[in-house]
Design a protein around this ligand. Structure first.
Ligand SMILES: [Fe+2]
Ligand SMILES: [Fe+2]
Length: 325
């Protein structure tokens, strides 16, 4: 615990003006660490080119030979998972607006990170769309109409604080890494798998940046950070939640083992929570202790729900993969 952190009792929270002042102070205090993590990211991130991943030899003109439903090699859940993956990546303008609003302060490391992150994310929709279009694995009219609907609707996950925003993106980047990686494996297509391995490597580095900057915030404001992390775990929703028929599609994706409650709890929430040593932190204020109890209860409930889901699946004969993480 550092001297500047104010302690809160359960049920007590800072008012809006105080919360804003805490955010500004925190972003300023974290800026040197953001700079260090940005430099580390720039050293390890590999440059890559979407065009090198696309089998252009398979391409045919759509005006001469329109898309028909018998053309895709990917079918069923594999197709659905690619559609959700692409539409999620397509919504980058909304994510950029939110990330810029939360962290894009000043003219130093934070804004550099926001720019770099946005540019890297842009590649994901490019490579996915090119792959799906050239291979005819999804109706190109459907994905373009989906993109239009998705972008016009936008995406809102305005976090009430910097700490909550950082917690969300840390979990979300890892969730996306695993969903993409498992989508590639499920597809049974070496080209698709290679693309998804490449995207997943980006998402992993994004997760590592956010995880570690929030790790630094935990040193500065441990109680506030724990409260924010718990609130985000309890409220977590995938960024694709606004896609039409998302619930039905997400259920198919879960049944296929691409992203289900077990993956969410054991491969997304737990590794990051353990990395932050959330369960071992000492000296937290009353409100953070109370939040941590709710977190433990929530993780137990998720475990029970995941077991029930797995038991129900035994009876069905949906093809399923074991997550590669
Ligand atoms: Fe991405
Ligand atoms: Fe990412």
């Amino acid at each position: 615990m550092t001297a500047q952190e104010r302690r809160f009792e359960p049920g007590e929270a800072p008012d809006a003006a105080e919360a804003l002042a805490m955010d500004e102070a925190l972003l300023t205090e974290l800026e040197p660490e953001a700079g260090r993590l940005y430099d580390r990211h720039a050293r390890v991130a590999q440059e890559w080119f979407p065009h090198e991943f696309i089998p252009y030899r398979l391409g045919r003109d759509f005006d001469k030979e329109p898309w028909t439903p018998d053309q895709p090699r990917l079918t069923g859940v594999a197709q659905t998972a690619f559609e959700i993956g692409l539409l999620t990546e397509d919504n980058l303008p909304s994510y950029h607006r939110l990330i810029h609003g939360m962290f894009g302060k000043g003219d130093g490391a934070w804004i550099n990170w926001v720019g770099r992150w946005t540019a890297e994310e842009g590649r994901h929709a490019i490579v996915l769309r090119d792959y799906l279009t050239v291979t005819r694995n999804i109706d190109p009219i459907l994905i373009e109409r989906g993109r239009m609907a998705q972008l016009q609707q936008g995406y809102d996950h305005d976090s009430p604080s910097t700490l909550r925003g950082l917690a969300y993106v840390a979990f979300q980047e890892l969730a996306t890494r695993i969903a993409h990686r498992n989508t590639g494996r499920y597809s049974n297509d070496p080209v698709a798998d290679k693309i998804m391995v490449r995207i997943a490597a980006d998402e992993n580095l994004h997760m590592v940046f956010y995880r570690d900057i929030l790790g630094a915030a935990l040193q500065i404001q441990p109680s506030a950070a724990v409260r924010a992390i718990v609130e985000e775990v309890l409220a977590f929703e995938m960024p694709g939640a606004g896609i039409p028929n998302f619930v039905r599609k997400a259920t198919q994706i879960a049944k296929a083992g691409i992203y289900d409650l077990r993956v969410h709890r054991d491969e997304v929430l737990m590794p990051i929570l353990k990395h932050w040593r959330i369960f071992e932190l000492e000296g937290l204020d009353g409100a953070a202790e109370e939040a941590r109890k709710r977190l433990v209860e929530h993780l137990e409930k998720l475990d029970v729900a995941a077991k029930k889901f797995e038991e129900r699946l035994v009876a069905s004969n949906v093809p399923r993969i074991a997550s590669a993480g």
